[in-house]
Design a binder for this molecule. Structure first.
Ligand code: COA
Length: 157
């Protein structure tokens, strides 16, 4: 388990002006990307569920993450890092932020779904202590790829 260490560059709540860059990264990252309307719906939520990672206020968007807060748990529903910044620790920073956010919201567990073929994502989640709970058959369309459901019991601060 890697301990959480807050950095001076924590992810920030997404703003409307972040949308073009978020959509660009989304379209480079997924075969079935979220639409503008889906992100707009998340942008409207208070407290925020969509966070962006960028250097300083005006630097280029490096990545983003979106989650839903349910009773006692958080569900990660989207995470992507700009292809040019992958492998540099952005995904890890976003996920550590999510774990910290779970603590702030007094959630005991974080859940997520991932394709068994997505080695970078599986590596990221496993490194942070997520474990596979079960396999959800033919979850991803149109390929009918299974999903692995993973969870993490939020560690104490
Ligand atoms: C998955 C993703 C978010 C990872 O983000 P990232 O910023 O590249 O990851 P990091 O640089 O923070 O790496 C953190 C850990 O992830 C794992 N990892 C990252 N890239 C990896 C790769 N290509 N292969 C295997 N493991 C990898 C490693 O365990 C790494 O830790 P280490 O460097 O100590 O070995 C990124 O690859 C991405 O945006 N992919 C496309 C969108 C996507 O698949 N989202 C997940 C949907 S479930």
């Amino acid at each position: 388990m890697i301990p959480f260490s807050p950095s001076g560059e924590d992810p920030q709540p997404a703003q409307r002006r972040d949308l073009p860059e978020i959509l660009a990264v989304e379209r480079q990252s997924f075969s079935q990307p979220w639409t503008r309307a889906m992100f707009q719906e998340e942008l409207a939520k208070v407290p925020s569920t969509l966070y962006v990672d960028r250097p300083g206020d005006a630097g280029p968007l490096r990545g983003y993450l979106c989650f839903w807060a349910l009773a006692g748990e958080l569900q990660l529903i989207n995470i992507a890092v700009h292809p040019a910044h992958r492998g540099t620790g952005v995904g890890r920073r976003l996920m550590k932020f999510l774990i910290e956010e779970a603590r702030r919201r007094e959630a005991e567990k974080i859940f997520l779904e991932v394709r068994p073929s997505n080695e970078p994502a599986l590596g990221l989640y496993a490194r942070l202590g997520f474990e596979v709970l079960y396999r959800r058959p033919r979850y991803y369309t149109p390929e009918n790829e299974d999903a692995l459901v993973m969870s993490l019991s939020v560690p104490p601060a």
